[in-house]
Design a protein. Structure first.
Length: 554
């Protein structure tokens, strides 16, 4: 039994070993962690620090090869019944709820979300179909989704990312668990949706008086939601304290490094850029057609009359929420999506004139770095040849392409041995470096980075941003940088276009748009960026605070 009956969860000396041959002998070592009812404890650290393994140990769901070597887990005053599958099934969902990072991967694509909530209720003993339906609708309402009846009948693919995450929260809280585990639940969401989800989790946690273990690598999220913070590195807790203590007076060098890794506005290169325009998009319009019924066709205007220009050597940021039209605009510029209207001028040439798309020689001049480095690389091809592929396509010999690939791997900070490794042998940050090297191997004039760092840890984000800046200064390419994170936009962009519902609502120098925004939507985005204490401020004072402190208040 727990020595402290007020503790909902009490972990003492937890040690989890890794299989032989791993880069260290333990996933978690000598971890102590406690949570009281109604308290939010944030577990913070980079990928591989042991955060998710800790959560999996609480659920008795450790991956094969990992073993609990020492320690005890006390939940609600009694030892966790690890090793008893039936007892753990009763706990999961009923007394311990879990919100996963990616709702699209956890929701069944062939079952309506309402039915999925009801199925969980049935598994945990709610026999009445009427009661299950009523409870499901109540939870859909509780997570603040409009038109619960429609949502109840919807499939996951018919929901936005934020809506799907709300359904995941509804499922986690449907049985009013005592402990809620949220494992990176806002990583892939844009800044305003993230703010809404964080507020929702906090409000519902307080309403249900559940303890909350919130796992994240994003310190701005920690500032917004935590009561206590535990910083984890290589399986060990290196610092713990209240939210204010961690942000205002961090003691451990690793915590200080994480805080310093937050993007800092005003970090753009001070070098003067060439003034010639390399890319110009004029009045771009893109309309999608969706089947509505058997014969009807519904037109959806994804982009309406957007214009922007990109100068040599500069970075132009495309900012907005999910669904604002950023990626559609980029696909239109890259000629991967047919334009309904407008023109794209690449170095004086209208590239829309080509019936079969851009000629290969012209496509070489504009290259893309995708959001997800995991799916962008062929898992069966060695990294060096993935990088060399572009050079081969554009006429280089095998030896020339290999030499060029090795040069690019060195330029992006990867060792010589990386050439002969497969993608799964690299970390997420290293894989993104591979994608950057692959895009730059053909020496493009324009690099398009579409949410290229959104899924990375904050310290890895800082490394990739610094790499972009260094490569741009060395190679002189222009960059179109797509992001939903205003901190990142402020740290790297010279010019910014803010998109909302398919339109460019504000445009201009980043130093102006992100400090003295003219449009209400831009102010809303700025308001959604939490300060270090998690307090909301007006957009104008918040932007001024960012500019004045060089990012230290983020």
């Amino acid at each position: 039994m727990s020595d402290n009956p007020s503790e909902l969860l009490d972990i003492r000396g937890l040690t989890i070993t890794l299989p032989e041959g791993a880069d260290r002998d333990h996933a978690v070592r000598n971890l102590d962690l406690s949570i009281r009812p109604g308290e939010c404890v944030c577990l913070v650290g980079e990928s591989g620090s042991g955060k998710s393994i800790t959560a999996q140990a609480l659920l008795d769901m450790l991956p094969r090869g990992l073993k609990k070597a020492a320690g005890e887990i006390i939940f609600e005053g009694a030892p966790l019944p690890a090793g008893d599958p039936a007892a753990m099934r009763r706990l999961r969902g009923d007394r311990i709820g879990l919100i996963f990072q990616e709702p699209a991967a956890t929701l069944d694509p062939v079952m309506t979300v309402g039915r999925q909530i009801e199925e969980m209720l049935l598994v945990h003993g709610m026999r009445s179909a009427r009661a299950r339906r009523a409870r499901a609708l109540d939870m859909i309402t509780a997570v603040r989704l409009a038109d619960p009846e429609r949502i109840h009948k919807s499939y996951p693919h018919q929901l936005s990312g934020g809506q799907a995450q709300r359904i995941a929260i509804a499922m986690a809280l449907a049985l009013k668990p005592a402990l809620l585990i949220a494992d990176e639940p806002t990583t892939a969401l844009d800044v305003t949706t993230q703010a809404e989800i964080l507020a929702l989790i906090r409000d519902l946690q307080e309403e249900f008086q559940a303890g909350l273990l919130f796992i994240t690598h994003d310190l701005s999220v920690v500032a917004d939601i935590a009561d206590r913070v535990m910083v984890m590195r290589e399986g060990e807790i290196v610092e713990t304290g209240s939210r204010d203590a961690i942000f205002e007076a961090p003691r451990h060098p690793y915590t200080i490094r994480l805080l310093e890794s937050l993007p800092k506005p005003g970090a753009q290169s001070s070098a003067e850029h060439e003034t010639s325009v390399v890319l110009e998009a004029r009045d771009i319009a893109i309309t999608y057609h969706q089947r509505d019924g058997l014969f009807a066709d519904r037109a959806i205007e994804a982009v309406r009359g957007v214009s922007l220009s990109l100068k040599r050597g500069e970075t132009h940021g495309l900012v907005g929420q999910s669904g604002s039209g950023k990626s559609s605009l980029v696909r239109g510029i890259l000629q991967l999506e047919p334009l309904t209207g407008g023109t794209v001028i690449l170095d004086g040439t209208d590239i829309g004139q080509f019936v079969t798309g851009m000629p290969r020689a012209m496509r070489k001049r504009i290259q893309l770095v995708q959001q997800d480095p995991f799916s962008a690389l062929n898992p069966r091809q060695k990294a060096g040849w993935s990088v060399a592929e572009g050079a081969l396509i554009h006429g280089a010999t095998k030896r020339q392409a290999a030499d060029r690939a090795r040069q690019m791997l060195s330029l992006v900070g990867l060792p010589e041995q990386a050439f002969d490794r497969f993608p799964h042998e690299f970390s997420g940050g290293q894989r993104q470096r591979l994608c950057i090297a692959r895009a730059l191997v053909v020496e493009p004039e324009i690099l398009v980075a579409d949410e290229a760092i959104s899924a990375l840890d904050v310290s890895i984000q800082a490394q990739i941003l610094a790499l972009f800046a260094a490569l741009q200064e060395k190679l002189g390419f222009a960059m179109l940088f797509v992001t939903h994170d205003l901190r990142v936009a402020a740290s790297i962009c010279d010019e910014v276009t803010v998109m909302y519902r398919g339109e460019a609502v504000e445009q201009g120098p980043a130093s102006k748009v992100l400090v003295t925004p003219a449009h209400d939507y831009t102010r809303t985005l700025l308001n959604a960026v939490p300060d270090r204490a998690g307090r909301a401020t007006s957009s104008l004072s918040r932007a001024g605070q960012i500019a004045a402190t060089g990012g230290d208040s983020i």
